[in-house]
Design a protein around this ligand. Structure first.
Ligand code: URA
Length: 282
């Protein structure tokens, strides 16, 4: 009640009944200067000529607002560390045309994989397929043979993928690319630092191709584009989106070669892809 009266008084909403003894107490209290922070963050001069009640209202409000001396602006929004979209290199990549992107990939030295590449005389694997692709398939990284031929998804894994796409009549208009454009040694998994440096290339490829649908094969592709830690088995269950492009999550064909029971699940994913493609054509 006391505080409410003070605030109303300050707002010019008097007369308000104030108990006499409280008023006497307020009037007897020495007034300390109080500044009220203003939006511009510049010190507000203490208002002169206010009644003791009004000044006391300032005091009552003091704990609720900060004085200019103590005012600290709210911290800037903190982006996730190493946000690939925010750093300068990523922004540069995001403006490249196809040729520039291809050249930047082939001369990239952003992660230690380039040392292995240079030592072994290896090459980057940019991607393969038509630019007008309906489907863009995204995998993990090239193996040794794919590196030599600079083509992703060769060998048995590639054959399996092609056969699955052929069953829905979509093995032609497909662009294939990997998260990593360099081959990791000894068939090891991509490492976070490598993915971080390489992901802007893939994101720009997607932007330039603008496929009607995306097929992400395996957890590394999924984690990179969907930024999710859910397992493939969960995210594959429904249609996802990446920048408004319908996206199907499925198992990596190399994994399917070793885990036959998941093949039938992958088959359902391909049917989901077909449905997504059909809807995108309307
Ligand atoms: N071959 C590729 O190029 N990528 C994969 O993810 C698997 C096989």
């Amino acid at each position: 009640m006391n505080r409410r009266a003070l605030i109303l008084d300050e707002l010019g909403l008097s007369p308000v009944w104030v108990r006499k003894e409280i008023l006497a107490e307020l009037q007897a209290k020495p007034v300390e200067p109080v500044h009220v922070a203003v939006a511009s963050n510049s010190p507000a001069p203490r208002p002169q000529g206010f009644s003791p009640v009004a000044v006391a209202a300032h005091q009552a409000l003091a704990p609720l607002v900060s004085s200019p001396a103590k005012f600290t602006p709210p911290p800037a929004q903190i982006l996730p560390a190493n946000d690939p979209v925010e750093d300068e290199r990523s922004l540069r990549i995001a403006r490249m045309n196809w040729e520039e992107l291809n050249a930047a990939v082939s001369t990239c030295t952003a992660c230690p994989l380039c040392e292995a590449r240079q030592k072994t005389g290896g090459q980057t694997v940019f991607g393969s397929g038509p630019m007008q692709a309906n489907i863009m398939v995204i995998g993990e990284a090239p193996d040794a043979d794919e590196e030599t031929q600079q083509t992703p998804f060769l060998g048995d894994a590639g054959k399996l993928l092609n056969n699955m796409l052929a069953t829905i009549g979509e093995d032609e208009q497909v662009y294939k690319a990997n998260i990593l454009k360099c081959r990791p040694p000894n068939k090891r998994n991509p490492q976070a630092a490598e993915v971080l440096q390489c992901a802007p290339f893939l994101k720009r490829q997607i932007e330039l191709i603008q496929p009607k649908t995306l097929l992400l094969t395996g957890r590394f592709a999924m984690k990179t584009l969907l930024e999710s830690d859910e397992p493939v088995s969960v995210l594959r269950e429904k249609l996802q989106q990446y920048k408004q492009i319908p996206l199907v999550v499925s198992y990596n064909p190399s994994y399917l070669l070793r885990n036959l029971p998941d093949k039938s699940r992958a088959w359902h994913d391909i049917l989901r892809l077909k449905a997504a493609l059909k809807n995108s054509r309307h």
